[in-house]
Design a protein around this ligand. Structure first.
Ligand code: FAD
Length: 498
């Protein structure tokens, strides 16, 4: 069923990370066929957090033709090889969920089967010892070298990133493509009386901006998708009870680590994101177990270096907008929902939302089939991320506070319960549709948080003891040698993009 005429005029409401990522991609790749306007309000500003990314952001940048060194210089970025989890399985336990591949897999099963067999045979090396990126992170090293390809993402300054993308739109778009930026506050959204589609938005200046397709990037307020279209929200706080964060920036006091630190505390967890010039710090917590004042005190007593701004408290409800695309409005970024930033997935979801929209772009008119396809794919993607985040709170031995005891007795989604029990009983992990994390990621977190499977694939036992030793020791030596050859991460950053 055709529900609108052709789509040519796109209006992006909001100019944070989501708004400018959408503007840059649509203008660069489809801009010759579209008329794109972005409205943002300096008076309202952006959320100002969201500084850790995951590797697919590099593909997004490649697609846009963004120069990495320039981007990193302008956003004070550093390299990220994974996330270090401290105190999650037990207090004083540490592990890194890295972006690398651990060991070598074979047709029948992944490397962890061989590692588990090795454990039985007395090989005591840590699972992470077989991963190049993980060991480089531990050693604080990094380089871009054709001899040792490395999988990485970035830590970047969120405010500077939006500005960088705005500058990209102003200076780097091909002839015939442009983004018309309008400074102003949207004060009204007018709906078409017949079909309920958004017809126009009105600014505080009185200017009326009409569009065929609206992209809501207005952050948590969801000005178009929720306040105007009343799309509804699925609340996931019964699975993920953290609902608050307090954030503060500090001056760097030493070389930047090439990974994010995620330190569990008695009512949530703390992040540390090292940039070139400063560190982004924040505490995610559950307001049922910790007040805003307690959280702020706790954060300020667990940071290094002078603070650069006042601590800022942010409130959120974990969940998803029932439809990411409703009528002629697509929500991207915080307006589409929020899952806490434990695995740095929000900016990634903005990117996949944009790509999905471009692949389905309804040039000839908005049909329900496009909308349904977008929403189905988004739902499976979000649910798989939700499961991965819940995993961290479920597979833990921590029972030392009201918050952790509360997490332990929470029901978990059936899909996750199945994954955990399959791994526990058989050592197997199979990915679901929409899973953005690899088997290696699931295994690193499950083992890292203390879940040891009762079995592993028998294929590992077909190796003789000697073969197994040679295989495991050889892999470890390769990793160690490669890591030894790398410079310190800070040295590389200074040279590459300071
Ligand atoms: C505590 C916390 C930590 C996070 N950490 C990470 C992380 O490490 N990694 C990650 O990937 N993500 C993270 N995120 C998510 C990330 O911050 C967001 O996904 C990202 O910044 C996108 O935000 P946004 O553009 O949707 O919203 P915003 O940054 O809030 O931008 C909203 C825009 O809409 C405009 N606007 C709003 N109302 C109006 C109006 N009436 N008229 C005109 N303009 C308007 C504003 O001016 C602004 O330009 C984190 C989020 C939180 C809350």
């Amino acid at each position: 069923m055709l529900t609108t005429d052709k789509v040519q005029k796109v209006v992006i409401a909001g100019g944070g990370t989501a708004g400018w990522m959408a503007a840059a991609a649509l203008a660069k790749l489809l801009g010759k066929n579209l008329d794109i306007t972005l409205i943002e309000s300096d008076e309202i500003g952006t959320v100002g957090v969201g500084e850790a990314t995951i590797p697919p952001i590099r593909t997004f940048h490649r697609l846009l033709g963004i120069n990495e060194q320039e981007m990193m210089r302008e956003t004070q970025a550093t390299f990220k090889l994974g996330i270090g989890f401290e105190n999650w399985g037990n207090i004083n336990d540490n592990y890194i969920h890295s972006f690398g591949i651990t060991g070598k897999e074979c047709w029948a099963g992944e490397f962890h089967h061989f590692w588990l067999h090795g454990l039985q045979k007395g090989h005591s090396a840590d699972f992470g010892d077989y991963c190049f990126e993980l060991q480089a992170a531990r050693a604080g090293k990094f380089a871009l070298s054709p001899n040792h390809p490395i999988n990485y993402a970035y830590h970047l300054d969120a405010t500077k990133y939006a500005k960088f993308l705005r500058h990209f739109c102003e200076t780097k778009l091909p002839e015939g493509s442009a983004v018309n930026r309008i400074e102003g506050k949207i004060v009204d959204v007018v709906l078409n009386q017949t079909n309920g589609f958004i017809q126009s938005v009105t600014l505080n200046s009185g200017q009326v901006i009409e569009g065929d397709l609206f992209i809501d990037c207005t952050g948590f307020r969801g000005l178009l998708i929720e306040q105007a279209l009343h799309t509804g929200y699925d609340d996931w706080s019964h699975w993920l009870p953290c609902d608050s964060a307090v954030a503060v920036q500090t001056k760097s006091t030493g070389p930047a680590l090439p990974y994010t630190r995620s330190i569990a505390h008695d009512s949530g967890w703390q992040w540390r994101i090292p940039l070139q010039n400063r560190v982004g710090n924040g505490l995610v917590y559950c307001s049922r177990y910790m007040s805003d004042a307690q959280a702020t005190d706790k954060l300020l007593s667990n940071i290094e270096g002078d603070t650069l701004n006042e601590p800022r408290v942010l409130k959120f409800k974990t969940g998803r907008r029932r439809k990411g695309w409703n009528k002629n409005c697509v929500a991207l970024g915080l307006s589409s929902g929020f899952i806490e930033p434990l695995e740095s997935t929000s900016i990634h979801l903005i990117m996949t939302g944009i790509i999905r929209l471009m692949r389905l772009f309804p040039f000839g008119g908005i049909e329900q089939t496009f909308i349904d396809e977008y929403n189905t794919k988004l739902k499976t993607e979000l649910e798989s991320i939700r499961d991965f985040i819940v995993l961290h709170y479920n597979v833990t031995n921590r029972q030392d506070s009201g918050f952790w005891r509360h997490c332990k007795q929470l029901d978990i989604p059936d899909s996750l319960a199945h994954k955990i029990s399959l791994f526990k009983q058989t050592g197997r992990v199979f990915l679901d549709d929409g899973d953005i994390f690899r088997v290696d990621s699931w295994v690193q977190v499950m083992l890292g948080q203390g879940l040891m499977p009762q079995q592993y694939h028998h294929i590992a036992q077909t190796m003789s003891d000697d073969e197994l030793s040679k295989f495991l020791n050889g892999l470890r030596e390769q990793v160690n040698k490669a890591v030894e050859s790398l410079p310190q991460h800070q040295t590389f950053v200074d040279r590459y993009c300071q």
